[in-house]
Design a protein around this ligand. Structure first.
Ligand code: GDP
Ligand code: MG
Length: 141
């Protein structure tokens, strides 16, 4: 499998729970490396642009409201099959359906506030990484 990069966001609910370290430990313990990271408090414009694919969905306004409700930690994760590996570690979008031991099962209570974001394809990973990071903010290792 190829070495990939994926974009991860630790969402405001998980930051508020002081779970940044525990979540990043799961990535590292699964063999993913953090090659870029920053904490941000997203503006409505930045959050709305990030989730542009969901613009017409009924939950879009709530999603942007939630993502701007507190700081987030945005990271680029690198490793073998990083995109699918991160999605596996995250669990299903609805934490009530997320498999036991996944991040969303352990740290999230609702579909609105579900602890983490992860890119879902090579194309979205590339777009999302470039949305938050310039090349000189990424540290290959
Ligand atoms: P993800 O890739 O697993 O994060 O899920 P999606 O890309 O489908 O949706 C983006 C985010 O929008 C999810 O993480 C949820 O926080 C939120 N979301 C998705 N579907 C719903 C829904 O049916 N209702 C609500 N309230 N939020 C949703
Ligand atoms: Mg998604």
């Amino acid at each position: 499998m190829a070495t990939e990069r994926t974009l991860s966001i630790i969402k405001p609910d998980a930051v508020a729970k002081n779970a940044i370290g525990e979540i990043i430990a799961r990535f590292e313990n699964a063999g993913l490396r953090v090659v870029a990271a920053k904490m941000l408090h997203l503006s409505e414009e930045k959050a709305g642009g990030f989730y542009a694919e969901h613009k017409e969905r009924p939950f879009f306004k709530d999603l942007v409201g939630f993502m701007t409700s507190g700081p987030v930690v945005v990271q680029v994760l690198e490793g073998e099959g990083a995109i699918a590996k991160n999605r596996d570690l995250m669990g299903a979008t609805n934490p009530k359906e997320a498999a036991a031991g996944t991040i969303r099962a352990d740290f999230a209570e609702t579909i609105d506030a579900n602890a983490v974001h992860g890119s879902d394809s090579v194309e979205s990973a590339e777009r999302e990484i470039n949305y938050f990071f310039s090349n000189d903010e990424i540290c290959p290792r």
